[in-house]
Design a protein around this ligand. Structure first.
Ligand SMILES: [Fe+2]
Length: 409
């Protein structure tokens, strides 16, 4: 019999089945088919944020019928049974409205930029690295994303001032922490992800600047020099006992890739640690969407489609899919063109419906300001749209001189 249970109730010997349900609808469902062989496997599944799983209770049936296909009615019945037994875990967020968190998040974002600037200057000049400011910033970032993930995500995407490497470190920190919170990790783990993201590239302070900012292709020798930075980050950070070994390992492995094509060690699949896999996704998404010295930024929906095309090659597919779910295809702060031709600012992502965020329509078809109208496109809360309303695409607000942040307060 097909049965849906909590990952908390998984036991060695149970047989997990893949029912074919979409990750978009069920981001917390573990669906790698096969028997659970050890307690370590269960711990790993829980640590990665999965909360629910379908099992087949009739092991003989599994052995007889290797090509089992569950019809929709069977799956629906199992889900209904599970819901009747107990409400399944679903990470919640946004206990504070976005507008309320934005001011605090702005202060945290600013302090985080300053703490990383100090750290990189210390590494560049060879003075001992004092990590307290970075640890404080990481703790504040973890606290903010626990109140409302969208606030810091939005601010770090809209912030253009300062050097790329400082903005990027803070951006990766925010994304990694927000994603960890979305996955249901505890506050200590989310703080560790925040500090790992903040400091993951601190070793680049030792890389010749010309190599980091040159638009031309690097020679093999020059590229080998750049590829030393994950280990150099770990080296300068490992002299400080404040960072646990698994945080340093995550930093060392942020350029490893799912298919083994990354560096420095060419780790494959689960050989790359969990923090390393999260940092790799956050690192690439932030790099693609930030203005870099040698490349134009991509809009977030384009960056996500580029990364989605690389799932299974560069990124663990299930983890990348949940990252997209966490941010939404249209992250908060994005300017979007609606199906009506009007323009809106995304005010909140909807993890259950990544294509249907909450928006505030603020401009007409000619980008003339209008009286703001807030709409939850998922139709779950507040005003439902009076006419069919969908996001048609993301628009580069900078190209139109629009400060989307002003429309979120
Ligand atoms: Fe890096």
């Amino acid at each position: 019999m097909l049965k849906k249970i909590r990952v908390f109730d998984l036991q060695v010997g149970m047989y997990v089945v893949d029912t074919g349900l979409s990750w978009l609808d069920h981001p917390y469902l573990y669906s790698t088919e096969g028997a659970i062989e050890s307690e370590e496997s269960i711990k790993a599944i829980r640590a990665e944020g999965f909360s629910e799983v379908f099992i087949e209770t009739d092991r003989d049936q599994v052995r007889r019928d290797t090509q089992r296909i569950y019809d929709k009615a069977t799956v629906d019945r199992a889900m209904a049974d599970a819901l009747r037994d107990s409400p399944l875990f679903m990470p919640t967020n946004k206990c504070v409205p976005l507008a309320s968190e934005l001011q605090t998040a702005g202060e945290i974002h600013s302090r985080s930029l300053t703490s990383l600037r100090y750290a990189m200057e210390a590494v560049a000049s060879g003075v001992p690295l004092e990590l307290q400011h970075s640890l404080d910033a990481a703790r504040d970032i973890a606290a903010s994303v626990s109140r409302n993930r969208d606030a810091l995500i939005c601010l770090s995407r809209l912030h253009d001032a300062g050097g790329y490497h400082i903005r990027h470190g803070v951006g990766v920190s925010v994304l990694a922490a927000a994603f960890g919170d979305f996955l249901g990790l505890n506050r200590t783990q989310v703080t560790e992800l925040a500090v790992a993201g903040l400091l993951h590239d601190v070793g680049k302070a030792l890389t010749p600047r010309d190599l980091l900012e040159r638009p031309d292709k690097l020679s093999d020798e020059e590229y080998q020099r750049v590829k030393r930075h994950p280990i150099e980050s770990c080296s300068v950070l490992s002299v400080n006992a404040a960072l646990p070994a698994h945080v340093l390992r995550g930093i060392a492995e942020h350029h490893e890739r799912h298919d083994g094509s990354g560096y420095p060690r060419g780790l494959k699949g689960p050989e790359q640690c969990f923090f390393g896999r999260i940092l790799a996704i956050a690192d690439v998404f932030d790099a693609l969407t930030q203005k870099r010295p040698y490349k134009e930024r991509l809009l977030p929906d384009k960056a996500m489609s580029v990364m989605y095309a690389l799932r299974g090659r560069d990124f663990e597919p299930a983890l990348l899919e949940r990252f997209i779910k966490c941010l939404g295809v249209y992250p908060a702060g994005s300017l979007v063109r609606m199906s009506t031709g009007e323009y809106a600012v995304v005010s909140e992502s909807n993890p259950d419906t990544p294509l249907r965020p909450k928006i505030t329509v603020v401009f007409d078809q000619d980008l003339t300001p209008i009286h703001p109208v807030s709409v939850d496109l998922s139709g779950k809360q507040g005003l439902a749209p009076a006419r069919p309303l969908e996001v048609a695409g993301v628009v580069d607000h900078r190209a139109h001189g629009i400060q989307t942040g002003e429309h979120l307060l």
